[in-house]
Design a binder for this molecule. Structure first.
Ligand SMILES: [Zn+2]
Length: 317
């Protein structure tokens, strides 16, 4: 593998790789307890009622709320049970996990070394329990400390604000605060594809967009309301907005293949930050502005990465 260009796909988990929130298998098993304790009759209402409705961030809030309920209505919730019992029950998006080896093989044909990573505000043991794990180079999510009765305290948290730092760690291959020369980066940002579903991924999308990487937003197949919401939230923030469908010949596959092909054949050495700065009209120096404008006019690659959001429907090819 030595010498191959390293590239990465970095995914959000909930509603990006899954069709439901990762905690739903727990809620389904203890639906009675949830109804008795809170009067919540649909598990869809658990987070909106107990977290977001109270102004609590779902990342931290979800961990605290589930920990609290693990004291009574979610008995024996251990890391092991999260991994072995509930993780495998999470409903995954269509085409998973076959997507991962198929994309890795395709990248290899292009002489690219592709790795897949998950950054989630959820719980690591749940994600580890899914069939995706063998294909993932890293899972960056929250973890619990355990006592004799099961999970007891929060050990680590990934929240929407720290997702960006996790991208930096993946790309550096080290801890975020270590000084690494850009030449020694494990993966450069322009060789990263970020895939997410919603407004909590905005910072991540923006981070990668302004550094010349690719941002892809997904919306649930055949759901017009969510498609429209995704359009509202993500237009101008992602390169492509596609249905959440990882089966072969899906629009998502088409766009990821295309992006990998671009990475494999890229000759542009220009600092994409400048192109992005020009678009936002953030550039003060007239000389720099002129140089950037001139480069952009002659560079198809930068032009394409600088384009507005393209909305794709199902089955594009
Ligand atoms: Zn260029």
């Amino acid at each position: 593998m030595a010498g191959k260009l390293k590239v990465a796909c970095i995914y959000d988990f909930d509603l990006t790789l899954s069709e439901e929130y990762q905690q739903f298998p727990i809620f389904r098993e203890f639906a009675d307890g949830i109804r008795k304790k809170y009067g919540i009759t649909s598990i869809d209402d658990y987070f909106p009622t107990l977290c977001s409705g109270q102004g609590i961030d779902v990342g931290v809030g979800a961990m605290q709320q589930v920990l609290r309920d693990a004291q009574d209505i979610f008995p024996n919730l251990t890391n092991e049970r999260l991994r072995r019992v509930y993780g495998p029950q999470i409903q995954l998006a269509p085409g998973l996990p076959e997507w991962f080896p198929r994309m890795t093989d395709y990248a290899r044909e292009l002489s690219l070394d592709l790795s897949h990573h998950v950054i989630s505000a959820g719980f690591s043991p749940l994600i580890e329990g899914t069939s995706l794990t063998p294909y993932l180079a890293s899972i960056r999510s929250g973890t619990f400390l355990e006592g004799s009765q099961g999970i007891e305290r929060i050990k680590t948290i990934v929240d929407p604000n720290s997702k960006r730092e996790e991208i930096i760690k993946i790309c550096k291959g080290t801890d975020v605060h270590e000084d690494v020369s850009i030449d020694d980066y494990h993966i450069t940002y322009e060789n990263v594809i970020v895939i997410g579903d919603g407004s909590s991924d905005r910072r991540k999308f923006n981070f990668i967009l302004e550094r010349g990487g690719i941002a892809i937003g997904v919306y649930p197949c055949g759901d017009n309301e969510h498609k429209e919401r995704a359009q509202r939230d993500l237009t101008g923030r992602v390169h492509y907005l596609v249905p959440r469908d990882y089966t072969s010949h899906s629009s998502l596959e088409l766009m990821v293949r295309h992006s990998l092909e671009k990475m494999a054949t890229r000759t542009c050495q220009f600092d994409f930050h400048l192109v992005h700065g020009l678009k936002l009209n953030h550039m003060r120096s007239p000389e720099l502005k002129e140089i950037t404008q001139k480069h952009l006019e002659g560079c198809d690659d930068c032009q394409e990465r600088n384009k507005d959001t393209i909305l794709l429907e199902e089955q594009a090819f």
